[in-house]
Write a protein of this length. Structure first.
Lengths: 423, 423
């Protein structure tokens, strides 16, 4: 693999050429290439682990923290898991060619709206080298060429992983340029990639807020940003309080570092006297730091002494940690207003037995996913039956919620006539 | 109407508040407001025409050309036409609430993907004052609040039209802020509007390339650009040459200033000797300036002397005029490559009797609309049965092809459970 000797412009141009061939491949050809990629990951595990060891050594010397080193580390088990994931993606239904609608127009023209690949997808990512394989598999499955730009911290790992993947799919008959890796993890390459709108159809950042900010400052190519999630659970006056307790604990505790975890609990004033003392005690016992408004504090019961006062900022913050803001509201309408004001449009839940409250909340809350009597933690491509996801979007255009294979596609209208001309 | 005394920030914030109420309105309430808007346009025609006369006078004094003055001018007939269009939009199906998909997940959660309004749509436009009404009706019908920013040339007309529309829909019960007009047509207001991402969900420019460039330089809000169309007709070896002739003439001549008109004719070498002399003569007789490659010139017959040589630039140009580039190709594959290289991804046609060629062209051409045996001129929201359109998109994300009411919407997932928590 000599891709690293090419410029960003050359890589993008070759990816564009590849994308035209990829768009016309049938599912069997793409799936065979993905299975070859999975096999190659297993067969060439030694090379990958060796490269990874070099990155880990350099990282340790360079003073990378434990958590980052763990994200960077590959093991035989992790590699085997990556191969399993690629085979799982190969087994998913092909989104390309799916008919979205089909109509005969009054003039006899047959119009079909058909799902087709976007073309070239660029993925910009940070330490985790598994993104190299995961995103390559998702893009190829959806008929797109992929241009990867990883972090220099994982430079050796990414280079070998991209080479293993690119060589395997090329040997399986996919066009050269289907998978490319941009050499160099600097801001210059990022800027060049993000402004290459003649070749790159979409750029997806996989990383922290710094990466997103760097990208949004320069991008002219369309970007889908993975979402921050300031998610709420609202316990209505009519809620089944046992269900509410289970949902609140699940939404906060099951995996607090994820974007679909709850960051604020809102409780209707009629439910609060019964509900708050119990749930706050449970949350406190589970190690959650509670930041409450004055009305919640007055009803807090046994844990009142351990509570902090919630500031306006607390209600606007995605903690991604064992911290929860808590407030009492007078009505479902007030809960909806609070959610629309402070939420990030990710995942919002109401717990209620009232059809009216459910209807008001699902209609009034402006978010990608609105739950009734279920935890916000279900917002996930796998849980939603999309098979896999490349992230979650809180944007309103194109992709909202989990970004799966369909969201890596666009569509075209195919219109067939019999010599039709416009009058 | 006092909106003109508010800042862009205040206008956007009020539009956001209005959008939350608009999103929950039923179709009957929105349609009644649109009918009230249409009635008000007729009832207050005098005020509108008076304001328009002031703009026309200032325009004439300021040295506006004939064409611009005509675009600016309102007449009783044009106003009546605008009212008719609003009533037509009111009669269209409501896109809001439409179920896109619904599934029960394996864990019993009921998931629905439902179409909902985007929220606040900003429309930035040039001289035509009818855009004020047209876009307001489309946005309200799709449950969005609209913020308008017109050109200062049409300042008086737009102010009265926006006031008439806003007052009529407010009297019909729609929230304040459903329709607003930003005072001042300067670049400062444009930049402020285009970066107000906390309130504005989408910005649509309706105007020339200068406006688009000004917007793309500053926008952080998502933008959908109306498309340039460098459209092709490809006449395959197996084409019915009578049908091909009718399609080429229609695609070039029916309305040459539109983005879905043909700018390049490609002819397969086997069809060229029969087809080119006749069609070039027809086009020449119709006043079309022909810019041809060497192989086309050699087969041109009677009109050979009147032909210009096509440059590389000619094949890349959207003429929007009675000019056509003409080339001969060796194969359908070469035609596809030409189209993908020079086309703008708008509307592309093949004329053929071959199933193989049709399949190759519709599969291989990367464009919003691909036609088989039909004129490119059909790319239009009305023709496609969308009822109305706000423009045509050659972007691949969100909206591709005609931008109708559905494309002014996003969706949300509504997920209902019975106390579901994630394991």
């Amino acid at each position: 693999m000599a891709v690293e000797t090419f410029s960003v412009a050359e890589i993008c141009a070759e990816a564009k050429r590849a994308s035209h061939a990829l768009a016309r491949l049938d599912s069997a050809a793409k799936d065979a290439a993905l299975l070859a990629m999975a096999d190659a990951l297993e067969e060439r595990a030694g090379e990958v682990l060796e490269a990874n060891a070099r990155d880990l050594e350099a990282g340790a010397e360079g003073g990378l923290g434990e958590a980052l080193l763990d994200r960077l580390a590959l093991t035989p088990t992790r590699l085997a898991g990556m191969a399993v994931d690629v085979r799982r993606i190969a087994a998913l239904p092909d989104p390309v060619g799916e008919g979205i609608e089909a109509r005969r127009l009054p003039n006899g023209l047959d119009l079909r709206k058909v799902r087709v690949p976007l073309g070239v997808v660029a993925v910009v990512y940070e330490a985790r080298p598994n993104v190299t394989i995961d995103c390559s598999a998702l893009c190829l499955k959806s008929g797109n060429a992929i241009v990867l730009r990883g972090s220099s911290i994982a430079g050796h790992s990414n280079a070998v992983l991209a080479a293993v993947a690119a060589e395997a799919v090329a040997a399986a008959g996919l066009p050269e340029g289907s998978i490319s890796l941009v050499a160099g993890g600097g801001h210059e390459e990022l800027a060049e990639l993000a402004t290459h709108s003649e070749s790159v159809d979409l750029i997806i950042p996989r990383g922290g807020e710094g990466l997103k900010a760097a990208l949004s400052a320069v991008a002219t190519v369309p970007v889908i940003y993975a979402a921050a999630g300031n998610c709420h659970v609202y316990v209505d006056a009519s809620a089944d309080l046992e269900a509410a307790r289970a949902i609140v604990l699940n939404a906060k505790l099951q995996r607090p570092g994820t974007c679909n975890s709850a960051e604020t609990l809102l409780v209707h004033r009629d439910a609060a006297p019964d509900f708050l003392p119990r749930v706050l005690a449970d949350l406190h016992d589970a190690g959650v730091e509670l930041r409450v408004d004055g009305r919640a504090r007055a009803l807090a019961g046994s844990v009142a002494d351990s509570l902090l006062d919630a500031t306006e900022d607390d209600f606007a913050t995605e903690f991604l940690a064992l911290v929860l803001a808590v407030g009492v509201v007078d009505s479902t309408e007030e809960a909806i207003e609070h959610v629309n004001r402070y939420g990030s449009g990710h995942s919002e839940a109401i717990v209620t037995s009232s059809v009216e409250a459910s209807r008001a909340f699902t209609g009034g809350v402006d978010a990608a996913c609105v739950y009734v009597n279920a935890s916000t933690r279900f917002t996930d491509g796998g849980e939603f039956g999309l098979g896999a996801e490349i992230g979650n979007s809180t944007q309103k255009l194109h992709a909202r919620g989990p970004i799966g294979l369909r969201e890596l596609c666009t569509f075209k209208y195919v219109v067939e006539g019999a010599g039709h001309t416009r009058a």
